[in-house]
Design a protein around this ligand. Structure first.
Ligand SMILES: Nc1nc2c(ncn2[C@@H]2O[C@H](COP(=O)(O)OP(=O)(O)OP(=O)(O)O)[C@@H](O)[C@H]2O)c(=O)[nH]1
Ligand SMILES: [Mg+2]
Length: 283
């Protein structure tokens, strides 16, 4: 099945959740809010529909509003340097490791050489999981024993990529430590240490957000952004939720580029974010 078809199918739950027969502003607003579109977007959608003569075309009007919000954050990654270093951050279970694995596969298919850094040294299983993805995508992996300094793993991976002239480095980080402050401190340090290899690096700091956790993700994103300065977002698990409208809320509130969306556990279930495609699939 084509990727776009897979995306559309994975958004079925959200699409169904906001579908109504005849246009009824109150009912639609209730449904949009329940699907996490957020109150601003919901208001704008309802107002836009009220202005059109033929209410049977309400979906078209709604899609246009959604598109206008999403196009503002449709900014693909610009690979302006090699090795191009990307740090992936986010709370545990959000989908960092899976996203890195899927991306490694796409880069490999595109003929780019990839090094993965197993910088989640908090638990041994994290490195094992990344190693499986590395094998699937023919990527190299840089790792150290459990409990090692994650910054040191990131440094090694960047140095090795420079020496081997690799195209891409993706750094997998921990989602949970003993405390949140520990995690933030560790990530800030990692960012600083990477700069010893290339002062422009990391070229991307990407927050991976689980779409099923709803509006909590906005608070998390603000915290990560404050500590690290995010360059992009990946939104995952859009297949498992009827609240896919959260992506519109995230776009409007955070204004951080959405780089990719994840919509399944398979290696191909990741797509560069496309505002047009997405707004059509959402409603
Ligand atoms: N349905 C679905 N599942 C996903 C998606 N992305 C990741 N997952 C699943 O979510 C779970 C957690 O994913 P991980 O990639 O391990 O998340 P993580 O952010 O690395 O988690 P930690 O290492 O604990 O911080 C796994 O079971 C993945 O298969 C997605 O887009 N859709
Ligand atoms: Mg992980």
């Amino acid at each position: 099945m084509r990727l776009l078809e897979r995306l559309k199918r994975s958004l079925l739950k959200t699409r169904t959740a906001v579908s109504i027969g005849k246009f009824d502003p109150e009912l639609l607003e209730e449904k949009l809010l329940a699907a996490d579109f957020g109150s601003d977007a919901s208001d704008e959608i309802i107002e836009a529909i009220k202005k059109i003569a033929d209410k049977n075309n309400w979906k078209e009007a709604a899609r246009k509003i959604v598109y206008e919000s999403l196009i503002m954050v449709e900014k693909p990654i610009r690979y302006y340097k090699t090795p191009f270093v990307m740090m992936f951050v986010g709370i545990n279970g959000g989908g960092k490791t899976t996203t890195i694995g899927k991306l490694a596969y796409q880069y490999n298919q595109a003929g780019r050489s990839v090094i993965l850094a197993a910088a989640d040294t908090y638990r041994a299983a994290a490195t094992d999981q990344l190693e499986i993805w590395a094998k699937r995508s023919d990527a190299k992996i840089v790792k150290q024993p459990e409990g090692s300094d994650p910054s040191s793993v990131a440094f090694d991976a960047c140095s090795s990529a420079k020496a081997k002239k690799a195209d891409i480095v993706m750094i997998d980080t921990a989602g949970r430590l003993h405390t949140n402050e520990n995690l933030t401190r560790q990530l800030v340090k990692m960012k600083r240490v990477i700069k010893k290899v290339d002062e422009d690096a990391p070229h991307e700091i990407i927050l991976v957000i689980d779409s099923t956790i709803g509006r909590n993700s906005l608070i998390q994103a603000e915290q990560f952004d404050k500590a690290l300065g995010l360059t992009g977002i990946v939104i995952t698990k859009l297949d498992g939720t009827s609240k896919g409208g959260i992506i519109v809320d995230i776009a409007k509130e955070l204004k951080i580029p959405i780089r990719y969306i994840g919509f399944g556990e398979k290696i191909e279930d990741l797509k560069a974010f496309d505002a047009k495609e997405f707004s059509n699939a959402l409603i």
